[in-house]
Design a protein around this ligand. Structure first.
Ligand SMILES: *[C@@H]1O[C@H](CO)[C@@H](O)[C@H](O)[C@H]1NC(C)=O
Ligand SMILES: *[C@@H]1O[C@H](CO)[C@@H](O)[C@H](O)[C@H]1NC(C)=O
Ligand SMILES: *[C@@H]1O[C@H](CO)[C@@H](O)[C@H](O)[C@H]1NC(C)=O
Ligand SMILES: *[C@@H]1O[C@H](CO)[C@@H](O)[C@H](O)[C@H]1NC(C)=O
Ligand SMILES: *[C@@H]1O[C@H](CO)[C@@H](O)[C@H](O)[C@H]1NC(C)=O
Ligand SMILES: *[C@@H]1O[C@H](CO)[C@@H](O)[C@H](O)[C@H]1NC(C)=O
Ligand SMILES: *[C@@H]1O[C@H](CO)[C@@H](O)[C@H](O)[C@H]1NC(C)=O
Ligand SMILES: *[C@@H]1O[C@H](CO)[C@@H](O)[C@H](O)[C@H]1NC(C)=O
Ligand SMILES: *[C@@H]1O[C@H](CO)[C@@H](O)[C@H](O)[C@H]1NC(C)=O
Ligand SMILES: *[C@@H]1O[C@H](CO)[C@@H](O)[C@H](O)[C@H]1NC(C)=O
Ligand SMILES: *[C@@H]1O[C@H](CO)[C@@H](O)[C@H](O)[C@H]1NC(C)=O
Ligand SMILES: *[C@@H]1O[C@H](CO)[C@@H](O)[C@H](O)[C@H]1NC(C)=O
Length: 496
């Protein structure tokens, strides 16, 4: 089938067809990320290294008259593909563009994809954002209607059940971007899935094929969303990571064969290669910590996994609680918290009254007080800054439950509740879904808990944040299977 748009391009003579398409350069795993309100990162994967990754783009679908290129086509040991990254600059804010990576132009069936650039800081229009944490591959290599030995029947999908990726696709018109603060794909579960008899056993030497195949499945499954909506990510322990594989899990007291920790799986290697987050634009570090403005809101991604500084060994660092042997990623003393303080101090609360922070791990939760779940050192380094600079909302996951809490400061509930609190509001939503599903909340729930869902509720879901205006924002828990909003709460802040 010839795409009419493609025909238009040919007619316009814009594209020089230097080479015929080959399967080796098939593009997949398309994904976008904001690079300020006048820029966009476009990333995609190919089987071959590209000498000059190039994106064609324009304001009309049949007139992709501009190009942006880079020399960034990167891979790592055990990867089956190359990650290509191009940053487009000089765009108009809040504007619809059409685009195609160059190799797709050579393939008859491809019409352009679209993106909308970021809303300029200070734009007062209402908008929404979708947030998922702990979202894994769906289908035969991940979360499906059955699982291996030892997985609760409450944690699999019912036949025909709409999963979180499908739900995000269904409601794609209702949010500007997807924010995923860690635990992406759960490819490191390859060994666990084999040990539990869910996937066929491979040799250890061949394990990387399974790892990479789960990862590639996830990115492909998410492409119908991430090719159109910026996909902003943060680090979680499963990006580190040899969890559920070759390492000693000190907390759960399990020792696996350390030789099973394959190269591409360690030290956030796949994660560092796969994504490009706007850290250069915000003075942050890699895909680990960064910030960006969008309309009335300043969004901040922090890294709870490495680089806590202040003498703390972060959870995924060598010697940390997860036993991951990853990081650090910035050698400047206390780099992350110094950056965070400067970033929060420089927010113009007239332009962006809302300040929302996400970090993978929680420190307030109705859950066993185990150091594998709760990050007390994160509380020590981040909470004082959140309080000092009036962060409105703190998002996390890591525990595969949903819990909305009262605003809290130093463990003390703000008596104002959601009616103009001084303390930050906390929400943990790690219930997006992955191979072995949901965890338990600990009952009775903490006094600060306001709404909770766990494995007993058999419900996967995602968070929708809506910024109505400078004083009101709403958080909704959307049940993936039904689209039903199971929990809705609106935060009011009086602004000067
Ligand atoms: C392209 O090549 C890959 C890897 O060799 C193969 O798995 C895939 O099936 C091929 N796709 C097409 C459309 O030929
Ligand atoms: C591309 O086309 C748009 C109209 O669609 C026009 O405004 C713009 O100037 C053109 N840019 C270039 C570089 O030709
Ligand atoms: C890639 O591009 C950057 C910036 O444009 C440049 O500094 C670097 O030398 C280039 N690298 C290679 C290998 O061409
Ligand atoms: C794979 O090996 C594990 C033991 O490591 C075993 O429990 C499991 O049943 C095996 N899976 C299959 C499909 O044979
Ligand atoms: C860990 O396992 C070992 C051997 O099975 C056992 O002796 C030890 O008591 C366990 N430690 C904890 C903290 O459960
Ligand atoms: C480390 O952090 C410092 C201070 O925030 C920053 O200037 C530098 O670019 C960061 N380094 C890397 C490698 O990102
Ligand atoms: C992980 O990668 C970073 C960046 O290359 C490096 O500085 C650090 O030493 C690595 N950590 C480990 C434990 O290998
Ligand atoms: C803060 O933002 C407001 C509204 O956009 C603007 O008028 C003001 O000049 C900004 N303040 C500073 C210090 O940039
Ligand atoms: C967890 O520990 C904190 C601090 O020691 C304590 O305040 C809290 O009650 C504990 N939570 C649970 C569920 O045991
Ligand atoms: C599954 O959920 C039901 C309630 O819906 C509960 O009674 C049962 O104990 C749960 N099973 C497990 C293994 O958690
Ligand atoms: C979640 O499950 C618990 C335990 O079965 C139940 O008490 C609670 O009402 C459920 N919550 C919702 C929103 O269905
Ligand atoms: C802000 O939005 C809320 C929720 O939609 C609404 O109730 C309120 O009246 C709005 N405030 C202003 C000043 O428009």
């Amino acid at each position: 089938m010839l795409c009419f748009v493609y025909a238009g391009l040919l007619a316009a003579g814009v594209v020089q067809l230097a080479h015929a398409a080959t399967n080796n350069t098939i593009n997949s795993q398309l994904r976008l990320a904001y690079a300020g309100d006048t820029g966009m990162y476009v990333s995609w994967n190919t089987f071959e290294k590209l000498a000059r990754p190039t994106v064609h783009y324009g304001l009309l679908p049949n007139h992709l008259n501009m190009t942006a290129s880079s020399n960034v086509s990167v891979t790592y040991p055990t990867s089956l593909t190359y990650n290509n990254h191009v940053k487009i600059t000089g765009l108009k804010p809040d504007t619809l563009y059409y685009y195609l990576p160059e190799h797709l132009l050579h393939m008859n069936s491809h019409c352009p994809y679209t993106f909308i650039t970021g809303r300029p800081a200070g734009n007062p229009a209402e908008f929404s954002v979708a947030v998922v944490v702990d979202l894994g591959t769906m289908g035969s290599q991940g979360l499906t209607t059955y699982a291996g030995k030892g997985v609760s029947e409450n944690n699999t999908l019912s036949p025909g059940e709409i999963n979180t990726i499908q739900s995000l696709e269904k409601f794609k018109g209702g949010y500007d971007f997807v924010w995923h603060p860690g635990d992406i794909a759960y490819a490191d579960y390859w060994l666990k899935e084999e040990i539990q008899g869910f996937l066929p056993n491979t040799t250890i030497a061949q394990g990387f094929h399974v790892y990479e195949s789960i990862l590639n499945d996830f990115y492909d499954e998410f492409t119908p969303i991430t090719a159109y909506k910026p996909y902003m990510v943060g680090p979680g322990n499963h990006e580190a990571n040899c969890d559920n594989g070759g390492y000693t899990d000190k907390y759960h007291n399990i020792t696996y064969d350390v030789s099973i920790c394959i190269p591409g799986q360690t030290n956030f290697t796949g994660y560092r290669n796969h994504f490009r987050m706007p850290s250069a634009e915000s003075g942050g570090t890699g895909n680990f910590w960064y910030s960006f403005d969008h309309g009335m809101t300043h969004f901040v991604q922090v890294d709870t996994e490495t680089d806590l500084g202040h003498g703390f060994v972060a959870p995924d660092e060598p010697g940390g609680v997860e036993g991951e042997d990853s990081g650090p990623f910035n050698t400047t003393i206390d780099a992350q918290t110094k950056w965070l303080e400067a970033d929060l101090a420089s927010v113009n609360r007239t332009a962006t009254p809302w300040v929302i922070v996400a970090g993978h791990r929680p420190w307030y939760l109705s859950n066993a007080n185990d150091s594998g779940t709760i990050c007390w050192t994160c509380k020590d380094v981040f909470e004082p800054l959140y309080i000092k600079y009036g962060v409105d909302l703190v998002l996390s996951g890591h525990a595969h439950v949903y819990e909305r809490q009262n605003p809290l400061a130093n463990g003390i509930m703000d008596p104002a509740g959601l009616n103009n609190p001084k303390a930050p509001w906390y929400i943990t939503n790690g219930a997006a879904g992955h191979y072995d599903g949901l965890d338990n909340l600990q009952y009775p729930l903490m006094d600060y808990s306001r709404f909770g869902l766990d494995t007993l509720n058999k419900t996967y879901g995602w968070s929708k944040l809506t910024f109505h205006n400078s004083t009101h924002m709403t958080h909704e828990f959307v049940a993936s299977k039904s689209g039903e909003v199971l929990d809705l709460a609106t935060l009011y802040k009086a602004r000067k």
